[in-house]
Design a protein around this ligand. Structure first.
Ligand code: KG4
Ligand code: ZN
Length: 351
């Protein structure tokens, strides 16, 4: 049998992205169109603007992706689209496009969970076997999960308030830096003194694997108000303090999860980081050290595959297609779609 090839469409937030990925893990094309400029005047993503921008661009990007990959629709084995969680307008645009193309080409359609796509990207970029421990940190989610297989996740912890990426984005706003805040803070922090401003490490030293970041945001606001107007050195030092505080909080919670994981899954070999925040260099090196200390390998996809992209959707579709997990054209979009639906009812019984 010929190796499989899948077209992937991502429209769950503010990136319109389309990719073609092959079963041999080759990314034949991966186009990401950011809507940053459209949302910039509003200081955050405006769902209605996002949906309209996806609608304007998705067809053209699919055409371009197929051209760049040098492949016709007839040679694609399935069409995968991000069906949730995310902003409903964008999800509707992407899944309708995916369904339309699948129907016209007579190929299977696959409704991909955006979080599962982040989770499985480590298997596109590297040789990672199940089970593995995953720190999933993006603009909307902060979770620690055990990945047992495709569609099989056990949640160990989640955020009680803001996501890690949100903490970066909100702090960047307070510091007058551009969005998305994570990369802006990482850049501004270079050369900054992370010791000058003390910031809290929410939940640090406590048991469990949950996160909390809202206290950090409040503390940043207070420091900014106390030091206003901020000069370039103040911004660099505050950015360095924010980056360090978020990373230390994430590593502290992940350390608890690692201890739990090696006890319960001794066959597990790997700590994986995924999602936009996993693009952060400081976080990656700290997680690598944590994993090494516990005898685990550490894998994080290259930064361009950590932030939202179409290749992760195509790859998750490919993993599903291989298992025969395709969807009907009546498959819904799911603005809320947890990876581990039983997590809430099990709360407290694990860790
Ligand atoms: O996964 P993603 O692209 O979109 C969501 O699914 O949310 O993640 C976006 C988030 C944003 O909050 C952004 O500030 C953060 O990831 N991010 C980073 C970095 N690059 C992106 N955070 C810290 N350091 C980075 N280098
Ligand atoms: Zn994402």
């Amino acid at each position: 049998m010929l190796p499989l090839t899948v077209l992937g469409i991502e429209t769950s937030c503010d990136e319109t992205a389309v990719a073609v990925v092959g079963e041999g893990r080759e990314i034949r094309t991966n186009i990401v169109l950011s809507q940053l400029d459209e949302h910039a005047p509003y200081g955050g993503v405006v769902p209605e603007i996002a949906a309209r921008a996806h609608l304007d661009h998705v067809d053209g990007l699919v055409r371009r992706a197929l051209d760049e990959a040098g492949i016709g629709l007839g040679e694609i084995d399935a069409v995968a689209a991000s069906a949730g969680p995310g902003l409903i307008g964008g999800l509707l645009v992407g899944t309708m496009a995916g369904k339309g193309i699948a129907w016209a080409a007579g190929k299977p359609y696959i409704a991909v969970n955006h979080l599962e796509a982040h989770a499985l990207t480590a298997r596109l970029s590297g040789d990672v076997l199940f089970p593995y421990l995953l720190l999933l940190v993006s603009g909307g989610h902060s979770q620690l999960l055990v990945c047992l297989g495709v569609g099989r996740f056990v949640q160990l912890g989640t955020t009680r308030d803001d996501a890690a990426g949100e903490a970066f984005d909100k702090a960047a706003k307070l510091l007058g830096l551009a969005q998305p805040g994570g990369p802006a803070i990482e850049r501004a922090a270079q050369g900054g003194d992370s010791d000058r401003f003390s910031l809290p490490r929410p939940l640090k030293g406590r048991s469990g694997c949950d996160f909390s970041f809202s206290g950090l945001k409040t503390a940043v606001r207070e420091r900014v108000e106390a030091s206003s107007p901020l000069g370039p050195d103040d911004v660099a030092d505050l950015a360095a303090a924010v980056e360090r505080a978020v990373c230390e909080a994430l590593v502290d919670r992940t350390a608890n999860a690692v201890a739990w994981f090696v006890r319960h899954y001794p066959e597990g070999r790997t700590l994986v980081a995924a999602g936009g925040v996993a693009a952060n260099t400081r976080l990656r090196s700290r997680l690598a050290a944590l994993a090494a200390g516990a005898g685990l390998g550490f894998v994080a996809p290259p930064p361009a595959l950590c932030t939202d992209n179409g290749a992760m959707i195509a790859w998750a579709g490919l993993e599903r297609l291989r298992l025969g997990l395709t969807d009907g054209l009546d498959a819904p979009v799911r603005p809320r779609w947890p990876l581990d639906p039983q997590a809430d009812s099990r709360k407290g019984s694990r860790r």
